[in-house]
Design a protein around this ligand. Sequence first.
Ligand SMILES: [Zn+2]
Length: 114
Amino acid sequence: MKPKEIRRSSGGLQIIWSDGKLDVVDYARLRLACTCAVCREMPSHPDYRDARFERSRSVHSLDLVGNYAVGIMWADSHRSIFAFDRIKNLPPLTEEKISPEAEVAGGCCGGGCH
Ligand SMILES: [Zn+2]
């Protein structure tokens, strides 16, 4: 699948695929998915949604890499390259979906051990 158009928006990278579907990928999520040599060496990635990483999730410029990937130059001078297939198959972020109630219910014993 190839994109017809790639645009920057305030909510993330907007990709209109050749089948007409639109994906909006959060910048923090993209940065987290970077597989460059530097990022692969990191034992764990920081939470790029944190306010401290504003520049790490701000796009400085976008460019196409051949006909298979998009390159992102981030505001902190880091460069990431994402193959279109990879963007299409990024794992979803889950943290925000956990409600306080769900955390209690999913604890060790539902509260009986305290
Ligand atoms: Zn990287």
